[in-house]
Design a binder for this molecule. Sequence first.
Ligand SMILES: Cc1ncc(COP(=O)(O)O)c(C=O)c1O
Length: 413
Amino acid sequence: MATIDAAPDRNASASIGDKTRAVIDTFDRYVVPNYRRFQVCLVRGEGSRVWDAEGAEYLDLFPGWGCNLLGHCPEPVVRAVQEQVARLIHVPNTWYTEPQGEWARLLSERSFGGQAFFCSSGTEANEAAIKLVRLRTDGKRYKIITFQGGFHGRTMGSVSATAQPKYHEGLGPMVAGFQYAPHGDLEAVEKLVDEHTGGILVEPILGEGGVVPAPAGFLQGLRRIADERDLLLVFDEVQCGCGRTGRWFGHQHFGVVPDVMTLAKSLCAGIAGGAMLTTVELAKHLRPGMHAATFGGNPVAAAAGVAAIRMIDDEGLLGHVDRAAALFRERLTAFKDRCDAVVDVRVIGMMIGVELSIDGAAVVQACLDRNLLVNCTQGRVIRLLPAMNISEADVVEGCDKLSDAILEVASRA
Ligand SMILES: Cc1ncc(COP(=O)(O)O)c(C=O)c1O
């Protein structure tokens, strides 16, 4: 889980079933309480549906916090993982394996033709990118410009890159060298660049920051500055990459190509996996011995990653995303027209933000009361990261239940 804008309790008055109670008791005794959790224990999932330990069914518009790109337990991915896990679970990166090479090839062909470093999470992928920026100039140009409202992960490098004070509280001192600019402000970026600046790190579409696409011309401007000042342009596509937006990668909507791109979350459709992609030329700077990840590119993650890409191709899911997005947009903007509590609706493929003037956590709770799973970020933005293969009927049901929940909370406000 990425954000601290997280789960309120399941309706306090709702009774908790015996099976769920027993699991919660075990957690209370043995699991570090660093997450706010709903009082629900999920046991099974299929597509956009998930079931709890008491047998209740939910429509999940936020499957796996953006990791379950193809819904719960997509059959081709399950099959590929089962076959791989029975053949070779793990070998270290001192050996070659077929799935890792194939995975890198498929990613390269769909992006900018470079090479991949594999790891297991988004924060690790960003750490690799941060190291690459520094290694390119042997640490001389160690500074990286990032943006307010961005989110890059929880390890010390990535959290230092994250220009949101709430994630820094109590953790100081932060890793040196990150400079923060207002999102969308090219002039501020130009002013920050000096002889020690080595890169610019940005999400093409802010995810945790409220589902906000880069303003018109912003990424183009960053590309220009990076070219003029010899900086690496790094796109964090941990949330918006891998097909979620209806293009293989978020930056393909903007016609701007980065030097480095980081991926995770959706990359293996629910299995842990991360990657940093860069050009063949730049990849040479990540010299042997300078960076590694024990589980990076392991055969099971690689098999899942390959199966996910093939499923998206075989089932024409990029096109399906465009159709599902159009339906979400149509229904949610129609709702906005009749509900003052909706300030804005932002739909970029299966990355959807509904900005409210009322408390988002209360809406998440009202959705849960309707067996609908959604997320709230930045306090007032209902965030949906639906599965790419969501059915039209589920889009309609989800929008209806969400609208109903917003109306209920608005009537109380
Ligand atoms: C854009 C972005 N970058 C990085 C991360 C960190 O990824 P992980 O939680 O896999 O480390 C996230 C997680 O939400 C993210 O949204």
